[in-house]
Structure formats: structure tokens, C-alpha cells
Design a protein. Sequence first.
Length: 414
Amino acid sequence: MTLAIVNIAQLVTLAGPARPRVGAELRDLAILADAALLIEDGRILIAGPYSELKSKIPHDADIIDGNNGCVTPGFVDAHTHLVFAGNRAAEFEQRIAGATYQQIAAGGGGILRTVALTRAANQDELLVAARHHRDWMLRSGATTIEAKSGYGLDRDTELKMLRVIAQLNQEGPARIIPTLLAAHTIPPEFANRRADYIRFVAEELIPEVASAGLAHYCDVFCDDHAFTVDETRTVLTAARAHGLKLRVHAEQFRPGTGADLAAELGAATADHLETVTDETLQHLRASGTQPVLLPGSVFALSRTQYPPARKMIEAGLAIVLATDFNPGSSPIPFMPFMLSLACLQMGLSPAEALTAATINAAHSLNLGAQIGSLEAGKQADFVIHEFADYRELAYFIAAPNRPRVFIAGAEVSI
């Protein structure tokens, strides 16, 4: 059965080279005016001006009125901590009163607070919570979501989290990409045995997760209050040896914390990068590692040092934009708000931000040939917005829009 989306004022196809976009390419959205989109068996058949396509629409096609709106690819949220129990609203209040992220963590809060709650929850309880979080993201137009473990820090809970991610992916409608983040922080029972925990993750947990096919990527939080560069190297080297692709939390609070290692090991992404140096940007460019920029965590921690996005673009890097949705440093599940922050705080244009949140994000997950743009043969993941100009995504900040979201050509009901 053919599905036809007609009466589209602005169809943002992002058609272009079959690779991540860099430099001026970030601003080229390949927009079609007064357009239509034809879909068959969940995949895009053709996108083009309605005047050219109307004769190709079968008489028995399902017709959806775009209501003279803007249609974009679905967002690809390439960095989230989707699965966790409880929340950290009390720490939100502490930060407002002046406590820093590091002070809260040193007092037993932060990640370890969520670890305790997540360990105590059973798999069904975690699934209900994660499904709720996913639905928030779907409502904002995110159709593919990377999801990390990392609130277990022991075998049983890490596996439990990854099984929740697998179940969410199986039930749909969103595609969920699993990442092992057991090296998120040192759990309390290993506080005085760091080397033993690194050994457990590298020699026991990674092989088991990889053998079971529960993760596509392995990630490490490399920072002063998390893991050193050498510890990160041990974990990522083991992950790579077992067939997992690599991602790294790097340079969030201090330079020299992981981004050069990400480049050296050929990681798919280096994420955060608020404090990255110009020299390290060149190393990332040479390795093809994509920067994943997470302005939500800067905003939610009341910090002012955002990633140097313009320098990254000038250096030829294929930037990605994601939410970093998590219960502590970025309790923000909405991609349109990330576009606003990227424009207002990092100097991106609305076009650059949209590219970073769709086709470039898809490539960072090795999915650029399947999603991220509206081109023939790709899965029909798209959003019909209430407005007619893509710039309104970033311009109307935190607006309560109600977009129509489609995954594989089927409308998502939330």
C-alpha cells in the first residue's frame, strides 16, 4: 500500500552525500516547497514537488494532509540515559542553593543515588519508567534513541538495564540503540578497589554483554570524578576486542580527559567536549570521530561553558546534537529545546542544528544509510510539524507543539 503525504509547505529532505555533513554542508537542508512524499512498505519511494508527483499517486493510496506544514526527518537522539529508577529532584534543589555537581557526587549523591534506586527496581518497574521516558521523546519527534546502561555498576543490574533496552526496541515503535556504560563511575563496594572494578568490566562484563548481543557500543565516562584516561583505555580496548564500537564521555569538566584517546582508538563519538582544545579537535577530525554536543547538561547544571561548536565546524568536524537525557545533569527529553540551546548558546544556525540532530546523528550510530534524511529507499521516519518553517523549531523555545510523528510510515499514537 502506498502512503502519500501531500500539502507540505516545506519538505526538509536533507538529501545529500552518503556521509556525515561538514562545513557548509550543515546548512544545506535540501528543502522542497509545495511538496509531497510517497511511501511504500514503510520506506520512502520518492520526495518531490507535488506538481510532479500528483500523477504518480495511486488511486488507492492512503492520503495524509500535511496541512501546509513543515515535514522533517525524525530526530535521532544519539546520547541518552533512558533507563533509570526514581529521580534526583532533591539534588536539583541542592544545585539551586549552590552545591556543585562534584560536591553532590562526593556526598554520595549524583550517579550513585540513581544506582541505588535502579538496583532496587525490578525489570518490569524499569521498563515502565523507561517506556514513559521514551514516550516523552517520541512526542518531541525523536524516532531513534541511543540508550546507555550505567546505573547498575554490577553484573545483574547492568544486564537488567540492557534487557529493558532490548525489550523497548523489540516492542517499538522507536528504534533503541543499546550502549554499555558500566564504566560510569566506581560503585561504592569497589571504592577502595578501583583496579578490581576495571578488571571486572573489561574481563567479565564486556565479554558477557558482547556474547549476548545486548549492546552495540561501549562507553566510558572519562573525567576527574569518574575514570582516568588509562582506565578508559583498558575498558575500551577490551570492548573493541569483543566487537563493540566505542563512544566516550570526554572533556566535560577538564581538558585532557578522554577525547584524544577517543581519536586514537577510532571511537565513533566523543561526547560533551565543553573544555576540548583546538589541538584535540584536529585529532578528532583526523580520526573521523564525531563530536556529540550536549548543551542540555550545561544548561541544567547552570554552567556557562558550552562546547565550541563553531570551532568544530571550522575544523571540519561532523557535529551531532543530542539531549543527554538523564536524571541528574540533563533531565531534558526534548530535542527541539536542544536546537534552541545550540542556536542561542553555541552559535549554530537553525539549519546546522537540525542537521546535527538528524542525518549526522544517524551516521554517529552507523545508521546514516537507513534514517536521518528523507531520501528514496530510507525508512520513512518523519515528523509533520504544526508550522511551515523549520526555523520555528528553534525559534519558539519550549513551545507545546504537537507534531505528528511517523516511524516506518506508520503514525505513532502516544
